[in-house]
Design a protein around this ligand. Sequence first.
Ligand SMILES: Nc1ncnc2c1ncn2[C@@H]1O[C@H](COP(=O)(O)OP(=O)(O)OP(=O)(O)O)[C@@H](O)[C@H]1O
Length: 596
Amino acid sequence: MGEVPDRSAQLATARVEFVANGNSAPCDLPNHVAASWRRSASYGVSPDEVCPDYWTDLDFGSRLVRCAQPVIEQLVDQLSDIPLGVALTDDRARLLSRRDSDSWIGRRLDRVYFAQGFGYAEGTVGTNGVGTVLEFGDSVHIVGAEHFVDSLQSFACAGAPVRNPFTGRVEGVLDVSCLSRHSTPVMHSLVRSAAQRIENNLLLDRNQTQQALFEAYSRTDAHGRQAVLAVGRRTVMANSAIQALLDPADLDAVQDHVRFMMFRRATVDNGIELPSGRRVRLRGSTVQVGTELAGMVSVVSVFREAASSPTTGRALSSQRVVGAPRSRDEESRCPAWREAASTVDIAVRAADPVLVLGEQGSGRLTVLTDVHRLVHAGGQVVVLEASAVDAAPAEAIARLTEPVTEPTLCVLRDVDQLSARTVEALAAAVPESGDGLRTLAATASGTIAEHAAHERLLSMFNASATVPALRHRRVDLPMLARSLLSDLAARRDVRLSDEALRLLGGYSWPGNVRQLKQALSEALARRPVGVVEAHDLPAFCQSTPRSALRPVDETERDMIIAALRESGGNRVATATALGIARSTLYRKIRQYGITA
Ligand SMILES: Nc1ncnc2c1ncn2[C@@H]1O[C@H](COP(=O)(O)OP(=O)(O)OP(=O)(O)O)[C@@H](O)[C@H]1O
């Protein structure tokens, strides 16, 4: 059943007029379509051709896709007598999957780039069955000339939001697209109920992992009176024994440690030092449901005589306080950081080659140089950058093998970025056993194991430490901020207000300590002495986006934050100042995680 021809013709004329002179449409155009046309025009969408963006970093195997897959198959079967495509997008209208009832309609949809990886946001493609759902916040059925762009006029699309059953947040859009002459109102109701079935699957899926974690926690808890902690992606379960054993700051530190370890190891048996100064033993195992990590269940016990316990193996050795680095590492309250520092400390004392893994800017070089400075006061540090080593491998080899007369730390920075040729040359030239004075060290990102060419080089390192990203050591943030401020503004009386510190604590710090340092140095340019306030910090600190931002998004986010500050946080005034709809402003605030 297609559209009534008269209405189609009226609509087509109204659209042409609207595009030509911006007048609102005279016919019985649904309000949400009229509003969408206005938005499309104000975004500057070209009314002739679709020009969607293409994204290379989408997660086509996400939980949403997995939960939607069976529903999509069923929907295609239900509507199999109509040539159509059923698509799923993420919360930014980017196509994650599409299933066609036949290849002919698939080719038609490909021609308008309605295909995996392309984005159908209203701001780029104009009124359509995906982007308009996200703007409107509810399901829509956009038929023929209701589309803003010419090349979509022959299509009809029914789209419905898929919401997270726990938070209510829109996770994506389910869309059915066909030619408008094949469109029927039943598509709209079918797509709505299919979206609800996906939500139900999301609920069951989440329940399965939570249920598995809960069962593992209950089984462990049932074994006598031990202190049990279960940490899931969004859940924490702590029995009364652990709550009685640890004060809140210690419990937070243990949680941080478990959250850090559960993504790295299936089982853990670690000794860790807590903010209160107590030392505990933590034994834990991860809980999996299929390939998905549900969390980790762990048992905590206090080391009564930590220094002499014979049974703790690695756990105790990583706790050696003797010779543990002082100053900044000593101040760290993050168990994962302390463990890394302790491993480096043991390696440096034994002049054992050590590899330090972690994200860029997380302090890998700093931990090496600090520890070396503390262990061998007066020793020297040689840092070789990957680019310089690649440019002149022979010189680097000479530096790594020349005789030394004092304790020397040689750091090969970012070894994962070295070319395979350089790696081979290094591996062949650097002796496997050291001279007792030189410690060979390297830094790399956590993905080094994937580079097969580096294997020979890696086999030269006896120890490795993983430095946690700053977002996994929030407990250290006040200490780090203080230490960086005093480095940046030595002999000046500067400190952070509580509000500024709260803001720093809420940000995700993808660039780690280096980015924190940069943020503080920008704040100091605005407030060289006295109390650094929240508004002295750069705009990005006021936002925690859900995914990596493109430079254009960063510019938009900073403009929004500046306008919000200007208007004292008034959303209506901000939307007016920026010339965007209030709904768009709210969406962008959510998208960028703006907290201003
Ligand atoms: N604990 C700390 N106290 C003060 N400054 C720190 C600390 N940790 C790191 N920094 C500073 O943060 C910046 C990044 O640290 P570092 O160079 O050690 O990181 P990295 O992990 O080796 O990464 P990259 O290779 O990107 O530099 C440096 O300017 C360093 O001085």
